[in-house]
Design a protein around this ligand. Sequence first.
Ligand SMILES: NC(=O)c1ccc[n+]([C@@H]2O[C@H](COP(=O)([O-])OP(=O)(O)OC[C@H]3O[C@@H](n4cnc5c(N)ncnc54)[C@H](OP(=O)(O)O)[C@@H]3O)[C@@H](O)[C@H]2O)c1
Length: 264
Amino acid sequence: MFVYTPPADLLKGRVILVTGAGSGIGRAVSKSFAAHGATVILLGRTLKKLEAVYDEIESAGYPQAAIYPMNLEGASPKDYEDLAATLKSEFGRLDGLLHNASLLGTLTPLVNYDITMWYQVLQVNLNAPFMLTKACFDLLKAAPEASVLFTSSGVGRKGRAYWGAYAVSKFATEGFMQTFAEELETNTAIRVNSISPGATRTSMRRAAYPAENPETLPLPEDITGLYLYLMGSESRGIHGQALSVRDNSLEELQAIHSHSPMAE
Ligand SMILES: NC(=O)c1ccc[n+]([C@@H]2O[C@H](COP(=O)([O-])OP(=O)(O)OC[C@H]3O[C@@H](n4cnc5c(N)ncnc54)[C@H](OP(=O)(O)O)[C@@H]3O)[C@@H](O)[C@H]2O)c1
């Protein structure tokens, strides 16, 4: 398990957009970004859940968050451009982007996979991060050091029977991250990496493993260290990596960091 104790001001002054911020991992990570000084833009499809996270951040005395309700399934390219324009006019910057929202879809053999569901899962898990990243690119490029994090999964790194569109979308997410990382190696200070959070106690996990005892799993609040590390300056130089909360350690990433020209 990745363990990291960041300085309290790790993300001070940064503006970070988190998708799927209303529940599960997105909620916990948004709160930890805010706790370390970031202004967090909470994007998700259920306003009530976003409002609850907003209130938690406010009552903790962290920098005021913002809510951006958006259904990634139906959003058009124009909706993403409008979002980027709003970020520019309201905040003037974007330092971090966490693509966290995902749809699980159904667990079933590929030949039985419902075609409408296939499109929905790929729209939310793959096409939405593509359109959002594209729309936010100029803002990210203008930031002194921007970090973009994609959320993967164990089934996005090794195929597993019955995980269908979800697994395919996560493999594609890794491909997107790697392709983008190589393109960004010159002329930008944008870093991109992917995170596999590992089994975590959320409603998505419960839907995938209904017979599992959730008490055996870490809470979303227990796994925020890698997200914080990759969002902050201490990970400068970590770029194009497929990382895992369970399998990577701070020491290992610090060794990559110290050998990277970007770390200077
Ligand atoms: N939990 C695990 O064990 C595990 C393991 C590997 C990878 N992951 C990955 O970790 C990330 C977070 O998952 P989680 O476990 O925290 O799941 P979760 O609790 O189900 O949260 C998923 C979030 O995505 C949002 N979302 C889904 N469809 C959306 C749409 N059309 N538009 C906007 N937002 C949408 C949901 O919004 P609503 O709340 O409004 O529905 C929710 O906030 C996902 O990328 C998942 O693939 C999780």
